[in-house]
Design a protein around this ligand. Structure first.
Ligand code: SAH
Length: 476
């Protein structure tokens, strides 16, 4: 096969980014927007030694699992990858993806993965959106989302995964920039002022936050813009964020309040949270509740346990756990998030929680070596790259009865679980939760139990081995 070859293929599988996989004479091609069951015409784009990439040119026979995607830009926009796949099949695909990663990267032979917890209404679920600004060919200010793998903006002010208010806010911002002659930031030259807008909504409270990311620290007419934004019901916080670096990272470290509070408040279950623009907060509040409830049930708390919650963000899981634990310690690297977390503990009247600022892979080993800290349960919820090695090693040394691993990347999760299981843990439960419908992303909660401890409800392998030898002897 060579570049630009035209081929007819049957799509038989799905890749980790939601691409269809079909084979031409046994040679696998990954094709964006093609779905299992489709017969398609494809053009070979990039041909490597053992696999290649192709472009979907025409659907010859459509898969029975295809559905009419409601978003007009679902193909060009990089946000959704599998909107054209029926939601039911999306959930099946995600379950298989987690299972395959556990087998391929985790070395588990036949891991049992529970059916994915899906959404009843899988649109308008995101409480957060980050829109870049740029110009179209005619020089008009545009905003939308990046196309997959590029920084080309696909204009779209009403993403169907986001809240309806996004559109109104974006219209105000674009009109304001056009009227005041404020230029969008240009990556190539480093010129221009407005880079991105971060919009967040508290689903339980209705509070709205707008944080405008600038290549500078002054926005001419900021007061006028605030007047317009605060006409929208629920508007609670308008801030500026300064990011003058030539980087893909959206937010800088400096925050300038313009009007209202520098944060919004939201609730998940019975717990209230204050959220700053710089803090991480789960994007799908409906599913977050189910995720945290699963994590809490896996933690198996009775009211006395010492729990460590690593990568705790604004203390979301920590506070959920604190309602049922003896004492909870959270560790988080973003200073504003730790500030939020401490505020949140106070806001909810929870005094059995303490937060440490720093990297989990530094704080945990230091606390363990210097103070000999212990844990009955450790919960981790790391970013995509997974846990640091030093963090995992210390967890193994601390030997808690249970580890609850929450992950947004099943590949790094599988890698980390392998290490924990080689170090004495057993994988008990794997529950994927669909936090990101229509994308290839999947969140997973896993329960691991310590093979060496003997709580009633857990299988103890050493006892099983004794039984095994006894039975073997009796047989002789
Ligand atoms: N458990 C929280 C946050 C999970 S996201 C929730 O559910 O809301 C992962 C968090 O890890 C982010 O807040 C990020 O800032 C933080 N983080 C990233 N690298 C870290 C590290 N090395 N040590 C500690 N925290 C880290």
């Amino acid at each position: 096969m060579k570049k630009n070859d035209l081929l007819t293929l049957k799509i038989e599988g799905m890749g980790n980014e939601g691409e269809g996989i079909g084979k031409a004479d046994g040679f696998p091609l990954f094709i964006k927007d093609a779905l299992p069951g489709d017969v398609i015409r494809a053009k070979a784009l990039k041909v490597k030694k053992t696999y290649g990439y192709g472009r979907l040119m025409e659907i010859v026979t459509a898969s029975l699992d295809r559905t009419e995607p409601p978003c007009p830009v679902h193909r060009s926009c990089g946000g959704c990858q599998i909107q054209a796949l029926s939601y039911e099949k999306q959930l099946e695909y995600k379950r298989e993806k987690v299972q395959n990663q556990l087998i391929r990267l985790g070395g588990f032979s036949a891991p049992e993965v529970l059916p994915v917890l899906g959404m009843d209404e899988p649109f308008r679920y995101r409480n957060k959106a980050q829109f870049p600004f740029g110009r179209d060919r005619e020089g008009r200010v545009v905003t939308g989302f990046y196309a997959g793998r590029t920084h080309h903006i696909v204009p779209n002010r009403d993403c169907l995964l986001g809240v309806a208010e996004n559109q109104e806010i974006l219209e105000i911002l674009v009109d304001f920039m056009e009227q005041e002659g404020i230029a969008p930031y240009e990556e190539a030259s480093g010129e221009g002022l407005v880079r991105h807008v971060l919009i967040r909504k508290g689903f339980a409270t209705g509070e709205l936050m707008v944080c405008l990311v600038l290549n500078g620290d002054v926005l001419p007419g900021a007061g006028e813009l605030a007047d317009r934004l605060f006409q929208i019901p629920g508007m609670t916080s308008f801030t500026l964020n300064v990011n003058t670096k030539n980087t893909n990272v959206i937010l800088g470290d400096k925050l300038i309040p313009v009007r209202g509070q520098a944060y919004i408040t939201d609730r998940i279950g019975d717990v209230q949270y204050r959220i700053s623009p710089l803090s991480f907060y789960q994007v799908n509040p409906v599913q977050t509740k189910r995720l945290y409830e699963t994590a809490l049930s896996y933690a198996g708390l009775t009211g006395t346990e010492v729990v460590w919650d690593l990568y705790c963000g604004i203390g979301t899981i920590s506070l959920f756990l604190a309602q049922k634990a003896g004492r909870v310690y959270g560790v988080e690297v973003v200073p504003q998030a730790v500030e939020d977390a401490r505020e949140n503990a106070a806001l909810n009247g929870l005094s059995n929680v303490e937060f440490y600022l720093g990297k989990a892979e530094e704080v945990l080993p230091r606390q363990y070596e210097e103070k000999g800290i212990r844990a009955d349960v450790i919960v981790v919820d790391p970013p995509r790259k997974g846990c640091g090695r030093a963090c995992l090693d210390t967890m193994l040394s601390m030997a808690p009865e249970r580890i609850v691993y929450v992950s947004c990347d099943s590949a790094t999760m599988a890698r980390d679980l392998k290490l924990l299981c080689e170090g004495g843990y057993e994988l008990k439960k794997v529950q994927p939760v669909d936090m990101f419908p229509h994308t290839a992303g999947i969140e997973t909660v896993c329960l691991l139990s310590n093979r060496k401890s003997k709580p009633d409800s857990y299988v103890d392998l050493s006892v099983n081995m004794e039984d095994y030898h006894r039975i073997k002897n009796e047989e002789k």
